[in-house]
Design a protein around this ligand. Sequence first.
Ligand code: 2M8
Length: 450
Amino acid sequence: MSAELWNSAARVLETNWQGDHMVPSRRLYPHQWSWDAAFIAVGLAYVNPTRAWRDLRSLFEAQWPDGRVPHIVFDPATAEADYFPGPAFWSVPAYASRPRHGSTGIVQPPLHAVAAYEVYRRAAAHGAACVQQAYGELEWLYPRLVAQQTYLTTRRDLGGNGLASIVHPWESGLDNSPAWDAAMANVPADMSLLTTFRRRDLDVSDASHRPTDRDYARYVGLVLSYRAEDYSDTGLLQRHAFAVECPSYNSILGAAELSLAQIAAVLGLTAEADAHRDRAQRITQAIVKRLWNPETGTFHARDVRTGTLSPAHCVSGLMPLMLPGLPAEQVAGILAEARSERFGLPDETGLPVPSYDRTAPDFDTQRYWRGPVWINVNWLLRRGLLVHGRRDEAEDLRAAMVRLVHRNGHFEYFHPKNGEGLGAPTFSWTAALALDLLADRSVPAYAKAG
Ligand code: 2M8
């Protein structure tokens, strides 16, 4: 089974390569996406490390002068009509050496330092020239990764609590997650906006698997609001209808500091390595202080505008497990939640965990981030289990992911009851992470470095 899966995954990554970047899927997502590039690099590291570095470089060449790494880098060869909202809609001005309309103005989870360290770590298997290449790439990336963290921890600390706020659900990567329902209820849904634009996603996928028109009216309205001031973050909380501290986003922010500590150590920057570890610890503490609900025993998203925690139990609440400094009480809480009937680790269902609470009345088996199983968040959860020494459960989860993708294909997401493939059929991060799941059973290095 593993050779067959390995080869099919490598083929997906071959098919979706577009000269200097990888597309998540040719039909549905014909540009480069930010956090996809991180997951993809982890898998490309095995089959084509040069492309892994090229993909990360293409993304960071589009970094804004303020440090933000855009959530989409637009491919100038792709027509405006092939993705909505496209480059003209975002209307990003020219910056640095980039032409206008080159990217979006929002961000995605900063997983790239984690990915870059993983690609570096694997270089040894490809020989000395590859190690030298990896070192050079880390040198180039390091200051850019630091600038990304600085942007998120300063300009985007809208609540002033040491956490980054997302200002659009797309920034979370978990687009229509129920985690945003309460905050999104306060965002005006101007349905007339949809008469001016056409949803391209519905041409290429089933409407019952995608966010609703009402969601899209709000998504578009939020882009217009941020765009109105050229994506400035100054005074944003006062004039923008959505600002949320997400446990998954901020856990990745913390894990990135730990990977930056390792990258700094490789580059001989010892004092900087210590500073990154301190920052990771501070982010971990802020996540516990702001996003832990002792009554539910898990983590939830906090609406910065109203100060309230979302009541929804979402897979994002399990993500702080990837932080080695998480206190024992919270580790135990996440493990209990992950094992419970809400999420049911594979010994209950044989499947990886769903994106949303299986017992919730609005659990939806098809609609995107409101129920289906996604490989990327399960891959992060498995890392968390390894970080906290839960090797057996990590192995069960690994086996469940491998089984699911082998049986059903490299789909974007999967039905949480029968495992049927949903969304895009040849999806890059599913293929890339399948390679990693086949190849690597080690504990993430930053957990051991402590
Ligand atoms: C999905 O998001 C895009 C918008 O960014 C979309 O629905 O059009 C999400 O699953 C996101 O996490 C992912 O990065 C992106 C591309 O795979 O697709």
